[in-house]
Design a protein around this ligand. Structure first.
Ligand code: HEC
Length: 125
């Protein structure tokens, strides 16, 4: 019985060490994956990025003629200003980091938006 007391002090710290080591490995793995996703190897198609990241606000009408954000397609916007807005986020718009949209993807996206015609059904403002 007294022997049991002698070992107890070591039991808890060991378990704690295992937990914190596990947490450290998990954190490092998270940092590693965050850095590797900064520039995706295969760039996504501009249309796919527009559908998943922009159309939700731009080109979305809550009710006929009422938009979350202005339409982007069919306006021949300047690719350089599109790039600026995406990286900096104007009023109410979030800024996209390189981990969200790489420089390569953004260049193609800006050109695609600039040269795309207005989709059928887009209400003129
Ligand atoms: C959460 C909603 C939201 C998302 C998602 C979003 N935007 Fe915006 N965007 C806005 C708002 C709000 C504005 C500002 C409108 C204003 O100035 O009144 C804006 C403005 C812009 C402008 C300037 C438009 C103009 O008429 O001058 C561009 C260009 C733009 N966004 C591009 C993009 C692109 C490209 C994406 C996708 C990568 C995107 N935005 C995603 C909400 C959004």
């Amino acid at each position: 019985m007294p022997q049991e007391f002698r070992f107890r002090p070591f039991a808890a710290p060991r378990r704690t060490l295992a937990v914190s080591l596990g947490a450290a490995v998990f954190t490092l793995a998270g940092i590693a994956s965050a850095t590797t996703t900064a520039e995706p190897a295969a760039p996504r198609a501009p249309e796919a990025i527009y559908q998943s990241s922009c159309k939700f606000c731009h080109g979305h009408q809550i009710a006929p003629g009422i938009r979350v954000a202005p339409d982007l397609l069919g306006r021949a916007l300047d690719p350089q200003s599109i790039t600026y807005f995406v990286r900096n986020g104007p009023r109410g718009m979030l800024a996209f980091r390189k981990a969200d949209i790489s420089d390569r993807e953004l260049e193609a996206l800006a050109k695609w938006i600039a040269s795309s015609p207005a989709p059928a059904g887009q209400v003129k403002s």
